[in-house]
Write a protein that binds this ligand. Structure first.
Ligand code: DON
Length: 576
């Protein structure tokens, strides 16, 4: 029995020995490496690469290509994402291979003649597609930091696409979820829908011959095959024929950015996470800085007090996210201010300890940013840690495949502000800093994060979930550091979310007790309890040195402890 001591203070101190959160199975253990992804075959490929002597960057690239085959709702070469790397020597870096707006993009391209958003224009079809970055990102990671050849990291993905793979129940459920949209595009339907009009089911073999050919071209010729050769030509041709604006120079000019990650310190733990064009790292740091001033561990997991303070910190951080952040090549991001502990103290001064704040009173400042995205976490024997979050944005992206490529394309353009004040797919109400412009990257929430302690890797974490990625990742960190949960419990624990607007606290079903909900509502909160079965996020995490801080404190446990979210349909943590 794993014991936990909860200390509650009511003027006197009460110690309770409580059994751990019973619903979560123990984390997966490994001594030499750990790979946690949203699809079991991709996890197996990552571990094979590590066993063969590849490092965690090689494994991350092989997994990235493999997920494009076995997890088509989010894994991709037609989208983009971020990779946070912490090397064994303690240095870290960040690769931004997110999509860019095409050269022909304009600020009001999704508005009608009256200035109102055109329904679906930024979500469906070729007009929604940003210039993809995944292939360039994977190749840069491999060339600069990997040890294996391009052919070696691409081989498993090509094999899976060419020979096909047998769908498990989780894979089939995900495909069925996208069937209606995929059926509407002839090339996508030819891949994902059977001759009888039904989606492929559990036990069926999914073969993707065109995707295998595209991957083989990349393997042979490198990223030029995608950006300068036949693949770009095919995508541009389909785009032109179907109302898109993608042009060959968009592909030819695509460049990965290597950026310094955002860093901050929370209760002695060093956080390394995504910088703009993601809002993730900054907003996680801003919320953590605010919470550091409160005794969260004593207030307890899921208490009205803790939820109140978390929500207020989220409210202040998300107004900054939605008004001030954008692509660093286009806007000045107040990085120093947002990560400043004095700024966090100023926010704490504005938080009423007993009452809910009101979002509409919090004006945007002028400082003088599931299965539809996917996150994976990897660590190797040497201690190199990699966190990758990449995406097509919505599930199966724009729902289109250019003829002959087998490549599903993203709908990342929806992450831009289409019109200030109008919510996007994730309900985010954003401002001018994230307005559309040619070559600009839309603001993201993706937060591949690595935490270290005393110069050693401690936690690798991240998740899909749109605007909720930030709070999902944050809560996993707090659950481990403040609430003493093991990595699996920390990921499985019920979630809450607030994003400034709408001024609502979102709570997973059964996430808070009825009396906690009552107390929060008496404080002035509007609560939205998710319907039965509705959950969000699919975190993938690794803890180093033990499965929890408690175990580490007692001398440690397994070296690597991996956990995939119980909400994930097809994922697996595999250690060796
Ligand atoms: O970059 C972003 O913030 C979004 N495009 C992520 C989308 C996402 O997580 C969808 N998954 N549930």
């Amino acid at each position: 029995m794993r014991l936990r001591t909860v200390v509650i203070s009511f003027g006197f101190i009460l110690s309770i020995a409580a059994e751990s959160f019973a619903a979560s199975p123990a984390p997966v253990k490994g001594e030499h490496g750990m790979v946690v992804t949203a699809q079991r075959l991709a996890s197996e490929i990552g571990v094979e690469v590590l066993k063969k002597g590849g490092n965690s960057i090689d494994a991350a690239v092989a997994v990235g290509y493999a997920l494009a085959v076995v997890y088509p709702s989010a894994g991709n070469i037609g989208g983009g994402g971020f990779m946070t790397i912490r090397f064994k020597d303690g240095k870290s870096t960040f690769l931004d291979f997110r999509e860019r707006a095409p050269l022909a993009a304009t600020k009001d391209m999704y508005l009608d003649k009256d200035g109102n958003p055109i329904k679906g224009a930024s979500l469906d079809g070729y007009l929604a597609v940003g210039v993809p970055g995944s292939v360039a990102g994977f190749e840069m990671a491999r060339e600069k930091y990997g040890t294996l050849t391009r052919q070696q990291v691409l081989e498993p993905a090509i094999r899976l696409a060419k020979d096909g793979f047998v769908l498990g129940q989780g894979d089939a459920t995900i495909l069925a979820g996208g069937a209606k949209r995929l059926a509407a595009d002839k090339a996508a339907a030819a891949i994902f829908i059977k001759a009888d009009g039904k989606p492929y089911g559990a036990g069926d073999r999914l073969v993707q011959a065109d995707l295998a050919a595209s991957l083989a071209r990349i393997s042979e010729k490198g990223p030029d095959a995608f950006y300068k050769g036949a693949i770009a030509d095919q995508i541009v041709k389909a785009s032109a024929a179907k109302g898109g604006i993608l042009a060959k120079p968009d592909f030819e000019q695509y460049k990965v950015r290597e950026l310094a990650p955002v860093t901050c310190n929370y209760r002695g733990f060093d956080i390394v996470s995504s910088p703009p064009p993601s809002s993730g790292g900054l907003i996680i740091c801003e919320i953590l800085n605010v919470l550091e001033g409160y005794p969260i561990s004593h207030l307890g997991f899921g208490s009205a007090d803790t939820v109140h303070l978390m929500v207020e910190a989220m409210r202040f951080a998300y107004v900054d996210r939605n008004s001030a952040l954008g692509d660093p090549a286009f806007v000045e991001n107040p990085v120093g201010k947002i990560t400043d502990k004095t700024y966090a103290a100023e926010i704490r001064d504005k938080i009423d300890r007993y009452r809910a704040g009101v979002s509409k009173d919090l004006k945007p400042k002028d400082f003088g940013e599931s299965k539809e995205t996917t996150h994976y976490s990897i660590i190797d024997d040497a201690g190199n840690a990699v966190a990758v979050t990449y995406t097509l944005n919505g599930s199966f992206g724009a729902g289109v495949v250019a003829d002959g490529t087998g490549i599903l394309l993203n709908n990342e353009m929806d992450d831009f502000t289409q019109k200030p004040g109008v919510p996007n797919l994730y309900g985010l109400v954003q401002g001018e800093a994230n307005a559309i412009a040619p070559l600009k990257t839309p603001l993201s929430s993706m937060s591949p994060t690595i935490v270290s302690k005393d110069g050693k890797p401690f936690m690798v974490i991240g998740s899909p979930g749109g605007s909720r990625i930030i709070t999902i990742t944050l809560e996993a960190i707090i659950n481990v550091i403040d609430h003493g949960m093991d990595i699996r419990e920390a990921i499985d624990a019920p979630r809450i979310h607030h994003q400034w607007l709408p001024d609502t606290v979102y709570v997973e079903n059964h996430g808070l007790s009825p009396d906690t909900l009552k107390m929060l509502s008496q404080m002035g909160y509007k609560l939205d309890i998710a319907a039965e079965g509705k959950v969000w996020g699919q975190a993938a995490g690794i803890l180093v040195g033990g499965e929890s801080l408690g175990e580490i404190g007692k001398g440690g446990g397994a070296r690597y402890n991996g956990a995939i979210d119980s909400r994930a349909l097809a994922g697996e943590a595999i250690g060796y």
